[in-house]
Design a binder for this molecule. Structure first.
Ligand SMILES: Cc1cc2nc3c(=O)[nH]c(=O)nc-3n(C[C@H](O)[C@H](O)[C@H](O)COP(=O)(O)OP(=O)(O)OC[C@H]3O[C@@H](n4cnc5c(N)ncnc54)[C@H](O)[C@@H]3O)c2cc1C
Length: 459
């Protein structure tokens, strides 16, 4: 690897190039998870496709490692690196809605909140995740699970085309008609195949929803979990949401004496006919004695951002996740043992729904092959102080060790994988893996894009 010639790099791009000598370097190298403290040789705040192309070529010529940052939310910290070059897409956040065609063009560094804000003005939405500060780039390329998945599929299932800067520094557009293999790989294969500077998505009519959290005591947790596994998959697809073990935050609608107490929660999102909302949510309220609830009619982006405050930048994260075929009685017993030990108000265990429209897509139609999982379990350890690393990581690992044997799959959802989960990457993709590795060989034979849940080029 050649020493990085920052003046040469600066001469090739219009965006800001931040090196360790520059003011603002600490801010430029920092990603969302405070456990990640890497020191890149340069962070390039790209302004357009030409900057991305020039940076990729520069990195390849000099043999510099290349990290790509969209929203920077990757828990293993793939949006930064030691000694290499970070392509920071954070300036590419434009969103242009085409209300008649019901499509939207989204910059490769946009956040979910950018898209929700722009599309909600037209009463439209792209199905995405649960926290509005997450990057569209990483979320889409890994799949994209959220409130609307049961009704409208994964975020990736709604991708119509993508502008991709490839490993040789050129740009191609991938769609069902152009480079269909690459397009297939972008549906779940992560950042392995190139840098997407612009996504085009299909939009759907979603405006006001009825949603929010309903909290129950731990004494009802067995009933609530049992209700969740039976009721939600049988409910109309317009009912989305998730189950969680959480610690009650100090919010005014939760009785003060319960603040700080471990509880369980059903977060609901009814995106169907508002007149049907009460009838749909009544059984959910009957899952157990309700401790508190904060459910109401609101614009979809309001629910999308409702929990952002619990997860600001700069906390420490360690997560482990599984795809789950069925929530068996044994699995529930393991959840009931470990979930109530959730260590603090930022951590949580969530079980997301993966049925409905997600399962309308066949396992070979996209790289996201695991269409037979009905749930995703995510054990998210999140805390403030380095001194608390051991107990928090310990909670996640013990919990995971107890539930994983009951999941029915070796692999999990790529976007929730920990940095120490590399050996599970093949299993994440199941039957898609070998095809992904061949596509990788065609588009990135030298594995220039390797700072991710890596699919190595087929030999
Ligand atoms: C608080 C929080 C909430 C989350 N909620 C959800 C959720 O509800 N649903 C869900 O499905 N996932 C969720 N995730 C997981 C999330 O999808 C992943 O962390 C995802 O990688 C984040 O994307 P990013 O662009 O913000 O991350 P980054 O750290 O910027 O990038 C992550 C990976 O994607 C690649 N990448 C990013 N953008 C591009 C691009 N434009 N082109 C090519 N490669 C790119 C990067 O190289 C890297 O490998 C959440 C994560 C966090 C931390």
């Amino acid at each position: 690897m050649a020493a990085l010639d920052a003046s040469d790099l600066r001469a090739r791009v219009r965006g800001n190039v931040v090196t360790p000598e520059d003011e603002g370097y600490d801010a430029a190298r920092t990603v969302y998870n405070a456990m990640i403290r890497r020191k890149p040789a340069a962070v390039v705040r790209v302004t357009d496709d030409a900057d991305v192309m020039a940076t990729v070529r520069f990195a390849r010529e000099g043999g510099h490692p290349l990290a790509v940052r969209g929203g920077g939310h990757s828990v293993p910290g793939f949006g930064t690196c030691d000694d290499g070059i970070v392509v920071d897409l954070g300036s590419l956040r434009s969103v242009r809605v085409g209300p008649n065609a019901r499509t939207v063009r989204v910059g490769g560094g946009a956040l979910l909140g950018d898209v929700d804000h722009a599309t909600n003005a037209f009463g439209l939405a792209v199905p995405a995740g649960f926290i509005s500060t997450t990057g569209v780039g990483g979320l889409t390329l890994g799949g994209g699970i959220g409130y609307l998945s049961r009704r409208l599929g994964l975020t990736a299932d709604n991708l119509l085309s993508a502008d991709v800067i490839t490993a040789d520094g050129n740009r191609v557009t991938a769609s069902a008609d152009e480079h269909p293999d690459l397009f297939w790989a972008l549906h779940g294969g992560g950042g392995n195949f190139g840098i997407v500077t612009s996504f085009e998505f299909r939009l759907h009519p979603v405006d006001q929803i009825v949603g929010g959290p309903i909290f129950f005591g731990l004494d009802a947790a067995a009933d609530v979990l049992d209700f969740y596994r039976r009721h939600f998959p049988a409910a109309p697809r317009e009912l989305g949401g998730f189950f969680g073990f959480i610690v009650a935050p100090p919010l005014p609608f939760i009785p003060e004496e319960r603040h700080g107490e471990p509880l369980c929660v059903l977060v609901v999102c009814w995106s169907g006919d508002p007149a049907e909302a009460d009838r749909m949510l009544e059984p959910v309220r009957g899952a157990g004695p309700v401790v508190a609830e904060h459910v109401g009619s609101m614009p979809y982006p309001a629910l999308q951002s409702a929990f952002d405050g619990l997860l600001p930048r700069g906390l420490r994260h360690y997560w482990k996740a599984d795809f789950v075929r069925d929530l068996s009685d044994e699995a529930l017993a393991a959840h009931l043992k470990h979930g109530p030990k959730v260590p603090n108000v930022n951590s949580a265990m969530h079980i997301y729904l993966m049925d409905g429209a997600v399962q309308d897509v066949g396992p070979e139609e996209t790289a996201f092959a695991r269409r037979d999982a009905r749930f995703v379990v995510n054990i998210a350890g999140v805390w403030r102080d380095e001194a608390d690393d051991d107990p928090n990581i310990g909670w996640v690992r013990d919990y995971y060790d107890a539930v994983h044997p009951h999941s029915g799959f070796e692999g999990g959802y790529t976007n929730f994988m920990a940095g120490d989960d590399e050996r599970r990457v093949r299993a994440n993709y199941g039957e898609s893996y070998d095809r992904l590795a061949k596509i990788k060989r065609a588009w990135d034979p030298d594995n220039a894009f390797r700072l991710n849940q890596n699919v190595a080029p087929a030999g």
